[in-house]
Design a protein around this ligand. Sequence first.
Ligand code: G3I
Length: 386
Amino acid sequence: MKKLRIIVAGVLTAGALYAVGPSSATAAPTQALAPTGQALATGGWHSPSPVNTDLPLRVLARKHGLGFGTAVDVNNLTNDATYRELAATEFSAVTAENAMKWAELEPTRGTYNWGPADQLVEFARRNGQKVHGHTLLWHSQLPTWLTDGVADGSITPAELRTIARNHITTVVKRYKGKVRAWDVVNEAFTDGDSPVLRDTIFRQHLGENYIADALRWAHAADPKAKLFLNDYAIDNINPKSTAYYELARQLRKQRVPLHGMGFQGHLDLQYPLPIDAPQNLARFDRLGLETAFTEVDVRFFLPVDTYKEAGQVGSFNTLLQACLLTPKCVMFTVWGFTDKYSWVPGFFEGQGSATPMDENFQPKAAYRGLQQVLAVAADPNSRRGF
Ligand code: G3I
């Protein structure tokens, strides 16, 4: 009952705060972050309303101590001024959509392509944003010199261990103090009712403990970075998320430096809503872990209609509410903020419209829903400290 009283009081307070309209509660943050470019010129859709929910997502999230992020394609930062403006003004966290993956960083053995990743880290510094590093070990987007070498035996298991350790150490050391957290291992478990560790080249040749090894290597390279595991289809309580819970419990028991669990949050309207996400995140929170929604988007078969739009709003809001209900859920990141560049149409034929803004960067109902949840949610929880 006590918690309910706090929430009710919180809502009243929040309401009072935003009910005063364009006052000190709204002037400073908007001025501080007001985009000077296209985003504002298109009619200033951050126009204060009676109950002022209409502020940038990063501003609304700040009262919860929550980082609000987006995946960023570095090419778009360079080539699209509106994309660049909105990536800066709407978000307090950025994740490299591809620039920090092994194939992009080290396309040929020993030769690193640091440019795009460095550009994102500098963009984040300039815009007061934190960087979520994605990702150190993943079975996808590996450079072919590595996968071919392992496949033909020219890279032995011992050499693979050295190569993996060197990769993690080199990358994490380069961004020491500049990357808040790393997805150290991405998508380690299989799907379905009996999840097991995927049979990746790391599992095959480094053994079951490769995850603990990778976490220790990353921790040695940057002891202050928060180290995450990250996966999809684990937003609700299911065999796969429970496999992660058991793994996290074991790793923490062995004092392996695991600090967080990333729930990708790639939702599809044809599947059930992960309505027990709060209970799912709570068990990881109780292990002492940070949690984060790291790659949220909500896809569906086109064309758009009012029902699908409502389902998309509800889906985004369900995950954001689950995060706000979890004391150490520190970050909510969308996997791209505009339909103009979303990965979804290229991977799921006939599906799309998965992000909070349309292809002309206009806010969709999903964007408005996220604003409203952030604006009215009680429990301003600075414990997150993002
Ligand atoms: O960089 C090459 C370029 O040199 C080449 O000319 C071009 C054409 O082949 O391909 C480019 O690489 C593409 C890469 O994105 C960078 O644009 C790959 O083909 C393409 O497959 C890759 O797609 C990415 C996908 O991961 C790969 O699985 C998506 O952009 C990215 O959004 C998506 O993100 C993943 C997360 O990392 C992990 N969680 C799931 C999520 C969605 O799959």
